[in-house]
Design a protein around this ligand. Structure first.
Ligand code: TRP
Length: 329
């Protein structure tokens, strides 16, 4: 069975876009592949979070992914820093990563721009740590967004370089996992583009009904159709796209007809949309809260994840060290 691995940055919360995008696919994939999902807390140290933020965010992300349906008994769900083998492999891989290629990485160049006061070595070697994450489990497939494609390409480069240097077929080449048609793109509420983190644009799984209503009521629309059977304009099309994933077929049909004969009132559509979103997210929100307050359960999950991840990682690390020539006497 192929191994799929994905790293999750412990920043921000899951919004509907993440949920219908990657997360539902992760939930499906756990039954089809040998899945490793981990929270990349070491990577996040490059931005110097406070200890409280770091720990709090790891916990939040864990609770949200569990609530969204990742089954820790089926997939291996773990915290990166619990697996020391990753740090050790990272050290070893650093010896075959060249400064020049690291400096040319787009994400690094962007960080120089966005955090000029904190251009630390961890940022430079970020792709090496990411490569270690991936190859320590000999992952075959890595679901990544556009912004991470280059980092994955570097992982392939480092893995291949190791294989060539020691003339051994140790690491498989990790390929990008493309969800293809299964990747549902949820637009945001600001009228253009996809759902993101910018203010008022995204609806989070943890959000309370009142906050959801407010956001949806403020969503961008237009002045409304004036000619019968006119095409949906972008901002309104976006609202219908969200309806598509949370509302019933009848509701969607009702408002589409109203749009067609120009009797639609966007206020009504938004009210309905808000209620349907709330209906959808409420059980998830309750589950997030329940998990977050259950320290015993969380520590059980993390411990189990670490055990499974360490078992896989230590096997690879042992092999790598022997190949390199770090052997016991
Ligand atoms: N760099 C990824 C991001 O910013 C997170 C990540 C860390 C990751 N290690 C990984 C993703 C390994 C895939 C595989 O989103």
């Amino acid at each position: 069975m192929e191994t799929v691995l994905s790293g999750i940055r412990p920043t921000g919360n899951l919004h509907l876009g993440n949920y219908f995008g990657a997360v539902t696919n992760f939930v499906k994939m756990q039954h089809e592949f040998n899945c490793f999902f981990f929270i990349a807390d070491l990577h996040s140290l490059t931005t110097h979070p406070t200890p409280q933020d770091l720990h709090g965010n790891v916990k939040k992300v864990l609770a949200e992914y569990l609530a969204a349906g990742i089954d820790p008994e089926i997939a291996t769900l773990y915290v990166q820093s619990d697996v020391r083998e990753i740090a050790e492999l990272y050290l070893l891989m650093n010896m075959n990563a060249y400064i020049g290629e690291l400096q040319r990485t787009t994400t690094f160049k962007e960080k120089i721009r966005t955090q000029p006061d904190n251009v630390n070595a961890g940022l430079l070697t970020y792709p090496v740590l990411m490569a270690a994450d991936i190859i320590i489990h000999k992952a075959n497939k890595v679901p990544v967004g556009k912004d991470q494609e280059q980092n994955l390409e570097m992982a392939r480069k480092f893995a291949n370089r190791f294989n060539v240097l020691y003339n051994i077929d140790c690491f498989p080449m990790p390929e990008p996992f493309n969800f293809g048609k299964a990747l549902v793109k949820i637009p945001g509420l600001d009228g253009t583009g996809k759902m993101g983190k910018s203010d008022g644009n995204g609806i989070y799984l943890y959000e309370e009904p009142e906050a959801i209503r407010k956001k949806v009521m403020r969503a961008v629309t237009d002045t409304g159709p004036t000619e019968k059977n006119s095409k949906l304009t972008e901002p309104v099309k976006n609202l219908f796209a969200i309806m598509d994933v949370v509302s019933t077929h009848d509701t969607i049909k009702h408002f589409k007809e109203k749009y067609k004969d120009c009797t639609i009132r966007y206020g009504d559509l938004k009210k309905q949309l808000a209620e349907d979103i709330i209906k959808f997210t409420t059980p998830i929100r309750e589950r997030i809260k329940e998990i977050e307050s259950d320290e015993v359960y969380l520590s059980k999950v993390v411990k189990m994840g670490a055990e499974k991840a360490i078992a896989s990682a230590s096997k690879t690390l042992k092999e790598v060290k022997e190949i390199i020539g770090i052997k016991a006497f």
